[in-house]
Design a protein around this ligand. Structure first.
Ligand SMILES: Cc1cc2nc3c(=O)[nH]c(=O)nc-3n(C[C@H](O)[C@H](O)[C@H](O)COP(=O)(O)OP(=O)(O)OC[C@H]3O[C@@H](n4cnc5c(N)ncnc54)[C@H](O)[C@@H]3O)c2cc1C
Length: 431
């Protein structure tokens, strides 16, 4: 890997997501040698991936080069590397570009899509965990619109014009809302020779309401927003298979579609080399103490989505969203500084800032403790917070410009097929 041997204790961080990035920022003026490994050379702002796949934003606006975070820091190194295994006995990380030893290791690898063992869905559906995958969905949707436009077979056209999304968590809700807006604001004008009312958007959810982690009030409001926008919602419905362009469910519902987006669950992106006492097998998350130390180790930490910290307030661990990852990254950074100075470590305490989801123009829902509200004010807060947390001044400016332009003109920036759609499984393997 060509990392110099220094006399400084070496911290290896795997993953430059919300957790890893916030940790690294805290380590800038310390006397550690810090090595960041990530399989991509950029940080992805995942909450806005759905806007890339529905052509609301260009991919560059929600990504940030990892080298820019560590620039001008002589004690910090970055390598594009996919970590394959951790040899805890030898204190070595094994990657596709070679091995590296550590004094301290931080695992911040986040999650990957969970298909719950269903091979037909994994082979044939599309899903959205990375920028290449979001762009792949964009290509698929616009290719299908083109195919629908050039066929006179009504059955085939229906397949191309039906968009089916499984999972009505925030991602599924935001995606279906964005496709509904695309239909009413953009596609009508782009395809004047096509009957846009033929486009159907179906949202399938196993629970009895959309946005199951939110309050009932916000769920009901989000459902009403979606229905008003023409999204067809199927609650208490479980997808069984997706093959030959047909979605079958465990009930009577069957839908023929060329666009099936799976957003029904995630599992930890864990790395091999741990016993089940440290890496909880069903959840694929590392069990950590209040200092984010992985059970059974003094020198290995896990933060963010991949970590499971059971506390009195959070007996099942913290939610797998950005805030716990950001806060754990910052707290661990402070603890590394405390270790340098011989001070006591701070136990992690989660400050829950609430949840929010946007459904469309002037339509969002917000839950902050007992306070729940929806509509324009919620949408405004959603926009402000997402701009605030986007990494990089340039990204904030570009995103703000794009949103303002879309708001005024009822237009979307990037409805382009830059590269042809590939099966998502291939994209995931290449990615
Ligand atoms: C579509 C979508 C929408 C979301 N919307 C919201 C939202 O609205 N609000 C919210 O709070 N949260 C949202 N989340 C969740 C939020 O993005 C995560 O909780 C957050 O990213 C977790 O941060 P993390 O640092 O743990 O992992 P991540 O941010 O996922 O970062 C993990 C990093 O590890 C790298 N990596 C993984 N495995 C390896 C390996 N083996 N070798 C090398 N590098 C590796 C990855 O490339 C990545 O850079 C959303 C997630 C998705 C997918």
């Amino acid at each position: 890997m060509n990392i110099p041997d220094s006399q400084k204790p070496r911290i290896v961080i795997i993953g430059g997501g919300f957790g890893g990035m916030n940790l690294i920022k805290k380590l800038k003026k310390t006397d550690y040698q810090v090595v960041l490994l990530d399989k991509r050379n950029f940080h992805t702002f995942q909450p806005l991936l759905y806007q890339v796949s529905t052509s609301g934003l260009e991919p560059e606006s929600i990504a940030y080069p990892l080298r820019k975070i560590i620039r001008n820091q002589k004690n910090m190194h970055f390598r594009i590397a996919e970590v394959k295994r951790i040899d805890t006995a030898l204190k070595k990380v094994r990657t596709d570009i070679g091995d590296i030893s550590y004094d301290h290791l931080v695992i911040a690898t986040g999650t990957r899509t969970n298909f719950f063992g269903n091979k037909t869905i994994e082979e044939n559906a599309v899903w959205m965990k990375s920028l290449p995958q979001a762009l792949n969905i964009r290509s698929l949707m616009f290719e299908n619109l083109e195919k629908a436009n050039r066929t006179n077979d009504p059955v085939k056209r229906k397949e191309f014009l039906r968009f089916v999304i499984a999972g009505a968590g925030p991602t599924g809700v935001e995606l279906s809302g964005a496709i509904a807006e695309l239909r009413s604001n953009v596609l009508q004008a782009d395809y004047p020779d096509m009957d846009i009312s033929e486009i159907e958007i179906h949202l399938i959810e196993g629970a009895d309401r959309v946005l199951p982690p939110f309050s009932e009030k916000s769920s009901a409001k989000a459902q009403k927003f979606l229905e008003d926008m023409g999204v067809i919602i199927h609650l208490e419905t479980f997808v069984a298979n997706y093959e030959n362009n047909r979605v079958t469910t465990k009930g009577d519902l069957t839908l023929d579609t060329a666009t099936f987006i799976w957003s029904a669950g995630v599992t930890g992106a864990s790395i091999e080399g741990f016993e089940s006492t440290s890496l909880l097998p069903k959840l694929n998350r590392y069990k950590v103490d209040v200092y984010n130390r992985v059970a059974g180790f003094e020198d290995i930490y896990a933060i963010g989505d991949i970590a499971l910290m059971e506390t009195e307030d959070w007996p099942k661990g913290h939610p797998q969203v950005a805030q716990p990852a950001i806060q754990q990254g910052k707290n661990l950074g402070k603890n590394f500084i405390n270790m340098e100075k011989g001070k006591d470590l701070n136990p992690f305490e989660y400050f829950d800032k609430g949840s929010m989801a946007t459904i469309g123009r002037n339509k969002a829902v917000v839950d902050i403790g007992k306070l729940q509200f929806g509509g324009f004010f919620a949408w405004f807060i959603w926009m402000f917070i997402h701009l605030w947390f986007l990494v990089g001044f340039r990204n904030r400016v570009v995103t703000f410009f794009n949103w303002t332009y879309s708001y005024i003109n009822y237009d979307k920036a990037a409805r382009l097929i830059v590269r042809p759609f590939k099966q998502n499984k291939i994209i995931a393997e290449e990615d």
